[in-house]
Design a protein around this ligand. Structure first.
Ligand code: SAM
Ligand code: DTB
Ligand code: SF4
Length: 326
């Protein structure tokens, strides 16, 4: 069946999907997933925090914000060769996408940015999809990243426009959208999603999906994170989200953005194999591999290999050989 891509979803339509009977919702998502992807493939990606902690922003969930007292150790920008070694190891263990994260509010035009551009060039030449998440970007900075061979840029909306101020006060939703526009205008794939478990309402979750699915083009990649509550952050006491909420979120994202990669991101250490299997059934088709996400724990390679074997899942090949760097 030909999937129809819609960029004019209403909140009511999204809400009806989100609230539909769970098994119908999963079935519909699984069907749409199979119309657009091989249902037995999941992409394995690796994250690396290339600059850790000391961030001036006040994102309430984040262990890297300087103002909260967490156990995260501040680390200046890593050297290019160290990052490229890590990327090679990630590739050797089966990752096809390598995402470098920096605890910056925004990119500045300085030597650190030049280093990141060299990291991007190097990872691109290895034939992996190279992604970065560096905070806000100007049009010109996006252009430079594209010229270096950047495949995708991650910049999450995190929650609804209405709830945003309760979570972050140091930037606005419009700032976030402007960066996504700069990324899109420079022909870099957009990776944008959010977190559940921040104390938001179901309407906030629907609101976030509404904004994402009504962008002029859907993001190619939508990470769905469950909050990892970190001691020292304002959200340290948040209860864990029920897996049913992850399933509803993933399935709804799959149905309204049928061609996007839906990434089951933070929160997997708390999930059983059965719970993760339900997320894959509901349309998630990517995970982050390795012992660590950026700063928090993640199931290690052995556990994920065992899970893939158990479920008969194949790691998905890279979309690309190399982005043409001009
Ligand atoms: N500083 C950049 C930015 O904010 O865009 C990039 C790095 S930031 C750590 C990337 C994303 O990680 C955030 O947008 C958020 O969605 C996610 N994240 C951070 N802390 C988290 C946590 N404790 N639990 C779940 N997701 C988290
Ligand atoms: C995303 O949405 N999730 C990943 C990736 N994009 C960069 C990061 C999750 C970070 C979880 C908290 C940490 O490990 O610091
Ligand atoms: Fe900084 Fe990003 Fe963490 Fe916000 S999410 S505090 S911008 S590193």
């Amino acid at each position: 069946m030909q999937t129809i891509i819609k960029n004019d979803w209403t909140r009511a339509e999204i809400s009806d999907i989100y609230h539909s009977p769970l098994l119908d919702l999963m079935y519909k998502a699984a069907t749409i997933h199979r119309e657009n992807f091989d249902g037995s493939e999941v992409q394995v990606c690796t994250l690396l925090s290339v600059k850790t902690g000391g961030c001036p922003e006040d994102c309430s969930y984040c262990p890297q914000a300087a103002r909260y007292h967490t156990d995260v150790e501040v680390h200046k920008l890593m050297e290019v060769d160290v990052v490229l070694d890590a990327a090679q190891r990630a590739k050797d263990s089966g990752s096809t996408r390598f995402c470098m994260g920096a605890a910056w509010r925004e990119v500045r035009d300085n030597r650190d940015f030049d280093k990141v551009l060299n990291m991007v060039k190097g990872v691109n030449q290895m034939g992996m999809e190279v992604c970065c998440t560096l905070g806000m970007l100007s049009d010109d900075q996006a252009k430079k990243l594209r010229e270096a061979g950047l495949y995708a840029y991650n910049h999450n909306l995190d929650t609804s426009e209405d709830y945003y101020d309760a979570i972050i006060s140091t930037r606005t939703y419009d700032d976030r959208l402007k960066t996504l526009e700069n990324v899109r205008n420079n022909k870099i794939n957009v990776c944008s999603g959010g977190i559940i478990g921040l104390g938001e309402t179901t309407d906030d979750r629907i609101g976030m999906l509404f904004t994402l699915s009504n962008l002029p083009e859907h993001p190619e990649s939508v990470p769905v994170n469950a909050l990892v509550p970190v001691e020292g952050t304002p959200l340290e006491e948040q209860p864990r989200v029920p897996v049913w909420d992850m399933v509803r979120m993933i399935a709804t994202a799959r149905i309204i953005m049928p061609k996007a990669m839906i990434r089951l991101s933070a929160g997997r250490t708390e999930m059983t194999e059965e719970e993760q299997a339900m997320c894959f059934m509901s349309g998630a088709n990517s995970i982050f591999a390795g012992e660590k996400l950026l700063t928090t724990p993640n199931p290690g390679e052995d556990k994920d290999k065992a899970l893939f074997n158990l479920l008969g899942i194949k790691p998905r090949a890279s979309f690309k050989e190399e982005v043409e760097a001009f």
